[in-house]
Ligand binder design. Structure first.
Ligand SMILES: Cc1cc2nc3c(=O)[nH]c(=O)nc-3n(C[C@H](O)[C@H](O)[C@H](O)COP(=O)(O)O)c2cc1C
Length: 186
């Protein structure tokens, strides 16, 4: 079974986008699609890194653990809020930390907003940076507008049928990339 890690990117007090990360974990597990683990940047509370991991003299065990989780994942699902049209500093901090770990990694992006547009503007900057690091960005979108109404704090969707339908298309695209990447490794 494939291993998907879900990066929950917001470290904001009262954050909403973590609900979407919780939803995806449940969705993937309930449907037996892969294993799913949330990497919660709010739990890690990383410092602002002063160098990329491969140049750090004495990296912390948490930093090494984070890198290992990305490296060994078959696919990474990034749940990101949109902050002023871009992605949060906490996410930039950990994406730039790594380089080779991203190479050909199937990486899907779900964007989250409390407004009506679902954070769709954040896609361009995040996708571009991941592409620069040679990640394999999954060509599917999962914008979540009005996230505070769309999910409860446990990650249950208000309209489960409609949300699951969208998740089905999104995760299927990701799983296709994971399967294709696996065939190339074999
Ligand atoms: C610094 C900052 C900038 C924001 N900029 C945008 C924005 O450009 N577009 C948008 O739709 N929402 C914006 N928001 C609102 C977020 O969509 C909202 O906080 C949402 O709940 C997702 O972020 P969260 O997981 O941190 O809660 C911004 C929020 C913050 C804290």
């Amino acid at each position: 079974m494939s291993k998907i890690v879900i990066i929950s990117s917001s470290v904001r007090v009262g954050r909403i986008s973590n609900r979407v990360a919780l939803y995806f974990k449940k969705y993937i597990e309930e449907n037996n699609l892969a294993t799913a683990e949330i990497i919660d940047l709010n739990e890690y509370q990383f410092p602002v890194f002063n160098e990329r991991l491969k140049f750090q003299i004495n990296p912390s065990p948490q930093t090494l653990e984070f890198a290992e989780k990305i490296k060994t994942a078959d696919g990474v699902l990034i749940v990101t809020p949109e902050y002023n049209g871009g992605y949060p500093a906490a996410l930039k901090n950990v994406t730039d930390l790594l380089y080779d770990e991203w190479h050909r990694k199937p990486t899907a992006i779900a964007t989250v907003s409390n407004g009506g547009f679902g954070g769709t503007q954040v896609i361009t900057s995040l996708q571009f940076s991941l592409w620069k690091m040679r990640a394999w960005t999954v060509p599917a979108m999962f914008p979540v507008p009005k996230a505070q109404d769309a999910f409860d704090e446990q990650g249950n969707a208000t309209d489960k049928a409609a949300t699951d339908k969208r998740a089905d298309a999104f995760i299927k695209e990701m799983l296709w990339c994971i399967e294709a990447a696996g065939k190339m490794k074999a």
